[in-house]
Design a protein around this ligand. Structure first.
Ligand SMILES: NC(=O)c1ccc[n+]([C@@H]2O[C@H](COP(=O)([O-])OP(=O)(O)OC[C@H]3O[C@@H](n4cnc5c(N)ncnc54)[C@H](O)[C@@H]3O)[C@@H](O)[C@H]2O)c1
Ligand SMILES: O=C(O)C(=O)C[C@]1(C(=O)O)C=C[C@@H](O)C=C1
Length: 306
């Protein structure tokens, strides 16, 4: 019979949830979490590791952490919470480095935009007694680096946790409580379901933005026209999304390949149907779709205001 571990109740509001939190990667998301943890007093100490000395220096200069090192193993040693905040493609290299230095009972969580890859690349390197609770704040901006973060980023935004089957309940509770204290709304999902949902709501829109802005700039060069100069509302929104971090998004697409390819296939079919409707002057089809999508936008806004 397997022993049932006691569920630790989260600390009362205002009390630290963790002794030492170690961030591996401290860019937009890591620094926003560090700021929120400091502001809310959720940890006694915050430390970090980043790939370059310049980022470590910046994190120290901004007062985000008490200690920073390019050696990830050295910062996780006494941490009770380790947060992976690097591009998802870096996890496979980070996990074997930190794994042997994690202390028993430590919780490892992350913020990556894809979730099956975390279980694939990180779980095998965690020693017995270390708990994995993958997470994804559905909040961000097009900016990167430790200067770009802000403590309020996660307020009234979703955070999705994807604990693997049999995950330690107390560890899940603690991570969930941290996000609640940040002001996020929590949702629990299976990693594979998360990756399918986010493929349509986040990954495809980014791919479309990268495509449109790429096409427009190529066109501008070809025709010597002023596509960018006169771009108004719609296109400007796409340029914001297409300014998002190239390495982060390369890793998202490479690590959510199946779900993204499936959704691109579906998108191509729908686009072809629209192309056909335009070609054959089927205005009713266009109007019907645009009416439906307008109602969806209103639903999104109403849900946000509720
Ligand atoms: N930007 C967003 O809108 C957003 C939103 C939610 C989740 N995420 C996820 O959060 C994670 C971090 O994104 P971000 O926007 O904070 O990125 P960022 O570029 O601002 O920061 C990335 C950090 O990771 C470090 N890093 C990069 N490569 C590394 C490596 N090989 N080993 C160790 N550290 C490395 C960098 O030094 C930097 O500190 C990503 O996994 C991303 O998918 C991003
Ligand atoms: O607002 C933005 O800039 C974002 O793109 C944020 C966004 C998203 O697609 O919603 C981007 C990637 C993340 O994994 C989560 C949030």
């Amino acid at each position: 019979m397997t022993a049932i571990e006691p569920v630790e109740r989260p600390a009362p509001a205002g009390e630290p949830l963790f002794d030492r939190v170690a961030f591996i990667g401290i860019g937009l998301i890591g620094s926003s979490m560090a700021r929120a943890i400091a502001k809310l007093g959720l940890a006694r100490e915050i430390v970090c590791s980043a790939r370059s000395q310049a980022t470590c220096d910046k994190a120290l200069e901004l007062g985000l952490v008490a200690r920073a090192s390019t050696d990830a193993a050295s910062v996780v040693a006494d941490a009770d919470l380790v947060v992976l905040c690097a591009p998802v493609g870096a996890y496979a290299a980070i996990a074997p480095v930190i794994g042997p230095r994690l202390r028993p009972g430590a919780i490892v969580t992350d913020v990556g935009s894809v979730k099956q890859a975390v279980i694939r690349d990180v779980a095998p390197y965690l020693p017995e007694g270390v708990h994995l609770v993958p997470g994804h704040p559905v909040a961000g901006t097009e900016h990167s680096g430790p200067e770009a973060g802000f403590a309020e980023l996660f307020e009234n935004r979703w955070c999705i946790l994807t604990p693997p089957p049999g995950a330690n309940e107390a560890a899940v509770d603690k991570v969930a409580e941290m996000w609640r204290r940040f002001g996020s709304n929590l949702e629990f999902m299976e990693a594979s379901h998360h990756d399918k949902v986010l493929a349509i709501t986040s990954h495809l829109p980014h791919l479309i933005a990268y495509t449109i802005v790429g096409t427009a700039t190529d066109l501008e060069e070809d025709t010597k026209s002023e596509v960018i100069k006169f771009s108004a509302g719609g296109f400007r929104d796409f340029t914001r999304i297409a300014a998002s971090d190239p390495v982060m998004w390369r890793d998202v697409f490479l690590n959510n390949r199946e779900a993204v390819l499936e959704i691109i296939q579906r998108f191509n079919e729908d686009l072809t149907a629209l192309q056909r409707a335009i070609r054959w002057g089927e205005g009713d089809k266009l109007e019907e779709l645009f009416t439906r999508t307008r109602a969806i936008r209103r639903g999104v806004i109403d849900a946000k205001q509720a």
